[in-house]
Design a protein around this ligand. Structure first.
Ligand code: MN
Length: 246
């Protein structure tokens, strides 16, 4: 078995090392992750400059690019064969609901998925969470299950793990994405030259968080597993717009 690991928090992130440790006895591991924290990079590719691929003393590879660059480069320019599973994470913080649109963690997994590898994005659903070991153990269990019971066709799983001890987990739930309230406004401040600068503000709180959503599962002590797809077509509106343009 060959696993490709990436993330968006950077090759030095504890969550990445935790996944590598959790999976290392299951097969061969290649790690290709961003040189810097690229959280929020979404599915961006770096097209305005070349990329470099370097190897850290840990054996992890790092790229001066985005999470998507890392998996793209690994699959198309580095590895001889497609990895058996692509794992992205463990992210420092949740990736639920609308987060998935912005997430570099989900994007790295998506890139593997688009190339045909089963892919899992894993997030510990608390910023600077205390229970990375819980998420690492869940990741291993999911990968073991995938190996035991291989899935036909392309798979992209978005996994969020509550930040609680493993033995307090209530189990796993297959969920749909919830929705957040609108994001908080940008934060305006000044640079040392007195010019205005802006920081992107925090995401909104959970709005659609009823039972069945990722937000609900995590808030109630369950690991949330949302199968994702990439087709953004609004099928329910196709008929309306067909009339609208007639
Ligand atoms: Mn991140």
């Amino acid at each position: 078995m060959h696993f490709l690991l990436s993330n968006d928090d950077g090759y030095f992130a504890p969550g990445l090392a935790a996944v590598a440790d959790a999976l290392h006895s299951l097969g061969e591991i290649t790690v290709v992750a961003p040189e810097q924290d690229r959280s929020g990079a979404s599915n961006s590719l770096t097209l305005d400059r070349p990329l470099s691929l370097k190897r850290a003393p840990s054996g992890f590879h790092y790229v001066n690019g985005t999470p998507t660059d890392c998996v793209h480069l690994a699959v198309t320019g580095m590895l001889a064969t497609l990895p058996d599973v692509v794992v992205s994470g463990i992210n420092n913080g949740p990736n639920m609901g609308d987060d998935t649109i912005y997430s570099g963690t989900v994007a790295a997994a998506t890139e593997g998925y688009l190339f045909g590898a089963p892919a899992i994005a894993v997030s510990l659903a608390a910023k600077s969470g205390k229970h990375l070991d819980t998420a690492a153990r869940v990741t291993r269990e999911l990968v073991e299950r995938m190996l035991r019971d291989p899935i036909r066709g392309a798979v992209l799983l978005n996994v969020n793990v509550p930040d609680i001890p493993y033995d307090q987990l209530k189990g796993m739930r297959v969920t749909r994405l919830g929705r957040r309230h609108k994001a908080e406004p940008v934060i305006k401040t000044e640079n040392p030259r007195g010019e205005p600068i802006y920081w992107i503000g925090p995401p909104g709180g959970a709005q659609d968080a009823v039972e069945g959503t990722d937000f609900w599962a995590v808030a109630n002590g369950y690991v949330s597993i949302t199968p994702l797809q990439i087709d953004l077509t609004a099928y329910a509106q196709q008929e309306f717009f067909t009339g609208w343009i007639a």
